[in-house]
Design a protein around this ligand. Structure first.
Ligand code: PEP
Ligand code: MN
Length: 336
């Protein structure tokens, strides 16, 4: 059960409502985000809803049968949109594109990527400065100095930044220089990180775990929401299956299922999803047909020389073609 509280509800009123929920057999958690205040009740006892409905401070009561609550669509049918400012919104019905290298490498690379994005009217750039790498000997990113350099250029270009945060201590370092925190597939169940991102005050995109279920991804989002941040985006980035012909298996099924189960925007990452440059485009287009609110993919001026993930990274020509086709498919989708 979710009890939405009135904006002006007093402390005494909230305490009285929480006490009543406990008396009705519900374990209660209080949640306050930038958008609203809620009491989340965990329990299953039947009760007369009027026992809460008449109380001062209650704005609305929703019975939510899902195990995750705040991210469920059962209480919020209208879709959540994430407003990054300057007219950049994710989840408002338009297709969002986020593109950039796997890793931020140099000033020149950032400048070239920003110019490519500007030319194609892409408003969000991706890139890692803290890189989770399978091998400790692989390039692990430029770190916070790289992010500052990138931010300076991106700000001038009017382009927003999404970048991966790997640990709690990086949140404060990064917060002034990112528009969206990315939680990577290896950190989807880093519950300390998710809790801390609840207090970050910036949008968070959570990738599905490498072997994570759809429900586990929703629980991870619930962590961030219940810790105080409802500016959330879900990302299907492929899961590990028995198939070895591709790096991962992008689970197209997850896109309509996540959109049915949650009000949060759903983005697909075809680059990590298939891991093969030649096939990124068709997988991206399929994800759009399946209903994705956005696509995040890797592009680099010279993928062969990329410091990481070159094998799945589009060059700028391929990227421009994908952007054009993606927009065509998104326009076609509007007519369905
Ligand atoms: C990335 O976006 O470059 C990345 C490391 O992604 P994932 O966490 O999905 O592997
Ligand atoms: Mn990558």
């Amino acid at each position: 059960m979710i009890v939405q509280l009135k904006k002006n509800a007093s402390e005494e009123q909230v305490t009285a409502i929480a006490d009543q929920m406990s008396a009705l057999g519900y374990k209660t958690t209080r949640v306050a985000t930038g958008n609203g205040s809620y009491l989340v009740g965990i329990g299953s006892k039947e009760f007369d809803i009027r026992k809460l409905g008449h109380m001062e401070g209650v704005a609305d009561i929703h019975r939510v049968s899902d195990a995750y609550k705040l991210v469920s669509r059962k209480w919020k049918v209208e879709r959540t949109a994430i407003d990054l400012g300057d007219g950049v919104v994710i989840g408002n019905g338009d297709l969002s594109l986020m593109a950039g290298p796997c890793s931020i490498e140099s000033e020149e690379q950032v400048a070239a990527t920003l110019a490519h994005l500007r030319e194609n009217n892409v408003r969000i750039m991706r890139g890692g400065v803290f890189k989770p790498r399978s091998s400790p000997y692989a390039f692990r990113g430029l770190g916070i100095e790289g992010l500052k350099m990138w931010h300076e250029q991106a700000k001038k270009a009017g382009v927003k930044i999404i970048s991966e945060v790997m640990q709690v201590s990086q949140i404060d370092e990064m917060v002034d220089y990112v528009d969206i925190f990315q939680v990577g597939a290896r950190n989807t169940q880093n519950f300390n990180l998710l809790d801390a991102l609840g207090k970050a005050g910036k949008p968070v995109m959570i990738k599905r775990g490498i072997s994570g279920t759809i429900e586990e991804l929703l629980y991870s989002a619930e962590y961030v929401f219940s810790a105080g941040n409802e500016q959330l985006i879900l990302c299907e980035r492929g899961i590990r299956t028995y198939e070895r012909a591709s790096r991962n298996t992008l689970d197209i099924n997850a896109i309509p299922i996540l959109r049915e189960k949650s009000h949060l925007p759903v983005v697909a990452d075809p680059s990590h999803g298939i891991g093969i440059r030649e096939h990124v485009e068709p997988v991206a287009l399929a994800a759009i047909v399946a209903g994705a609110d956005g696509i995040i993919y890797e592009t680099h001026q010279s993928p062969e020389e990329a410091a990481s993930d070159g094998q799945q990274t589009l060059n700028f020509g391929e990227s421009a073609r994908l952007i054009e086709k993606a927009r065509k498919v998104a326009a076609l989708r509007q007519t369905f």
